[in-house]
Every structure is written in structure tokens, then in C-alpha cells.
Design a protein around this ligand. Structure first.
Ligand code: HEM
Ligand code: FPP
Length: 310
């Protein structure tokens, strides 16, 4: 090889290294694309699915691989959602500061980031967990990033009821990671998140309805108004209360879970009834915030009960 050729190869190599190095401090710009707080709760519910799947401890390597795989896939799905909706996000106060509308990252970069992250997540699940978990996670990914984001969200006010199935999948994924099966117990946890999603989202959609109307999103408060939405929040919360009692009713959990869920349900019902009778944006905001506490504590209750059965 001539000196000239060697020099140009070295130059090219340094150039690529330089580009990668320049990207590292910018990685933090990509992080919010993954909707980290939502993804954290998603991973938390998947972890509970894993722990509940076995009476003993989950092997540490399996725990780490499943957590990483689901976190990467969920983060990538959220990043695709940000990519598809970046023009809408630019027009809503709540989403205006996201990395794409502010220009911190470009659409091409987001596409590459989400593809790499999602592929890494699925590969981890396939090779270090099991193919069933990978396929179920891929279906969840498509359900949220494609079916919900592209087709359902702009088309029907029932978007989040159907799309909610994706968000409800993580306990099934966690259970499948440990046992290589889909069980009735994991389906019950799925049903809990599925019934929880409408009150969770519609509480927010009520106090954000003007913004959704402005960008033309057919959310229930926009298309059917306040009273209709409140009635549906009430209805789904009653369903949620019934479903949340199933782990105890079907012998999956004991008294610790029962006591904690009864308290959580009573508070949720109190919020929702008060909201129905005396609506205010401030109360809708508090109900939305409580919905997140509710789901977190309910799943924590399932876990504590699993290890401390009374
Ligand atoms: C189709 C289903 C869902 C819809 C439409 C939805 C909608 C939303 C929206 C619009 C926000 C943003 C609130 C804000 O920016 O102030 C939010 C926040 C949140 N959601 Fe959901 N959600 C869904 C499912 C889920 C699921 C399955 C989980 C977890 C298991 C979850 C956990 C959270 C958490 C933790 C936050 C708070 C994020 C923060 O504080 O920044 N959501 N949700
Ligand atoms: C692979 C895997 C485990 C995927 C999980 C799927 C997932 C990320 C579900 C969460 C649902 C969610 C963030 C909804 C937000 O609604 P939105 O997107 O309408 O909210 P926005 O208006 O804030 O963008």
C-alpha cells in the first residue's frame, strides 16, 4: 500500500471516529424521544409480570436481558411516535419542547436512532430471552407505533381504547420471558392496564381538549364533549374496579393485595365521581396524576403480596 493510500485511509478512519465522538454528547438529546417516564412504568409492569411468573427468584441475567429488551423496544416505539407526530407536537404546548419540534435532533437521526434501538431490543429478547417474548414485543411495537399512532389516533375517538392493548402488554411480555407461555394470570394483569387506560388518558384529554381540537385529533372530549367523556371515565373505572379484584377473586393474590387495591379503588372512584359531579380542569389534572400513582401502587401491591403471602 502506498503512503498516500495509507494516509487517506487513516484520515477517513479519524473522520468517522470524530463523527461518532461528536455524537456522544448529543445522545442526551435523543433520550426524551423514548418518553422515559412512560417507558419506566411500562418496564416496571413487565418486571412484576416476571416476578409473579415464578415462586422463586428470576435469574439475574434473564432479568437484565428482559428489562433492557423491553425498555429499548418501548423507547424505540415512543421515538417512532415522536417522529410520525413531530408536526402535531410542534403545535401543542405539552409537546412543543420535544427534541424534534425544537430541532435538537433531525427526522433522519430519529429514524436511525429508533431503528437501531428497536433492533437491539428485539435482538436481546430473541437471543437472550426467548423467541416468543421477541414476537410478542414486536407485535406490541407495531400495535403502538403503527396501528395506534398512524391509523387509529387520527381516525376515531376510540383510538386509545383499542391502542391501549399495546400499553397493556408488558406484564404478558414479562411472564412470557420467564415461562415461555402466556398464562391466565398475565392476561388478568393485561386486563387491569387495559381498563385503566381510558380513565388515565381521558382525564388528561379533558383538560387538554382545546389543544387536541386545535391539531384536529378526534379525542373523545373533542368529538363527544365533556359529559359523554365523564360518563365513559366513570364506566371504565367501574370496570377497572371489577377487574382489579380478579387477582384476589381468582386466587392469584392474597389479603395484602386485596387491602391495598380496595383502598386504591376507593380513591380512584372518589376522584372520578367528584369529577363527574363537579368538573374542573384542576380536578381532571389531579385525577390524571392519581391514575399513574394508582397503577404503580397496584402493581407494587401484587409484588409485595407475591413475596409476603398472608
Ligand atoms: C393508549 C394508551 C395511552 C395513552 C393514549 C396515554 C397518554 C398519555 C399522555 C398524553 C401523557 C402525557 C401527559 C403529559 O405530557 O403531561 C401520558 C403520561 C403518562 N403515561 Fe400514559 N398513556 C397511555 C398508556 C400508558 C401506559 C400503558 C402507561 C404505563 C404502564 C402509561 C404511563 C404514563 C406515565 C407514567 C405518564 C407520566 C409521564 C410524565 O410525567 O411525563 N401510559 N400518558
Ligand atoms: C414495545 C413496547 C413494550 C411498546 C410499548 C408501547 C408504548 C410505548 C405504550 C405507551 C403508550 C403511550 C406512551 C401513549 C401516549 O400516547 P400518545 O402517543 O398519544 O401521547 P403523546 O400525545 O404524548 O405523543
Amino acid at each position: 500500500m502506498t503512503t498516500q493510500k495509507l494516509k487517506s485511509e487513516l484520515h477517513m478512519h479519524l473522520n468517522v471516529m470524530g463523527q461518532i465522538k461528536a455524537l456522544v454528547p448529543r445522545l442526551k438529546n435523543f433520550f426524551p424521544l423514548c418518553k422515559p417516564r412512560v417507558t419506566s412504568l411500562i418496564v416496571f409492569t413487565a418486571l412484576i409480570g416476571m416476578f409473579l411468573a415464578t415462586p422463586s427468584m428470576v435469574p439475574l441475567l434473564l432479568l437484565i436481558a428482559t428489562t433492557l429488551g423491553i425498555a429499548f423496544a418501548s423507547g424505540a416505539a415512543a421515538a417512532f411516535n415522536c417522529l410520525i407526530e413531530h408536526k402535531i407536537d410542534a403545535n401543542m404546548a405539552r409537546t412543543r419542547a420535544r427534541p424534534l419540534p425544537t430541532g435538537q435532533v433531525s427526522s433522519n437521526e430519529t429514524m436511525i436512532f429508533a431503528t437501531l434501538l428497536g433492533s437491539a431490543g428485539l435482538a436481546i429478547l430473541y437471543f437472550y430471552v426467548n423467541p416468543l417474548t421477541m414476537w410478542l414485543t414486536l407485535a406490541t411495537f407495531v400495535g403502538y407505533a403503527v396501528i395506534y399512532t398512524i391509523f387509529l389516533k387520527p381516525a376515531t375517538p376510540m383510538n386509545i381504547v383499542i391502542g391501549g392493548a399495546s400499553g397493556a402488554m408488558p406484564p404478558i411480555l414479562g411472564w412470557a420471558a420467564v415461562t415461555n407461555t402466556v398464562s391466565p394470570e398475565s392476561l388478568i394483569m393485561f386486563l387491569i392496564i387495559f381498563a385503566w387506560t381510558p380513565p388515565h388518558f381521558w382525564a388528561l384529554a379533558l383538560y387538554r381538549r382545546e389543544e387536541y381540537a386545535k391539531v384536529g385529533m378526534p379525542m373523545l372530549p373533542v368529538t363527544h364533549g365533556e359529559n359523554f367523556t365523564l360518563l365513559h371515565i366513570l364506566l371504565y373505572t367501574v370496570i377497572l374496579v371489577a377487574v382489579s379484584l380478579m387477582p384476589y377473586g381468582l386466587g392469584m393474590s392474597g389479603v395484602i393485595y386485596l387491602c391495598s387495591v380496595l383502598l386504591l379503588d376507593a380513591i380512584f372512584m372518589a376522584y372520578v365521581i367528584k369529577l363527574y359531579l363537579h368538573y374542573s380542569d384542576a380536578l381532571a389534572k389531579r385525577t390524571f396524576r392519581y391514575s399513574i400513582i394508582y397503577l404503580t401502587l397496584l402493581f407494587a401491591g401484587l409484588l409485595i403480596d407475591h413475596y409476603l403471602p398472608l
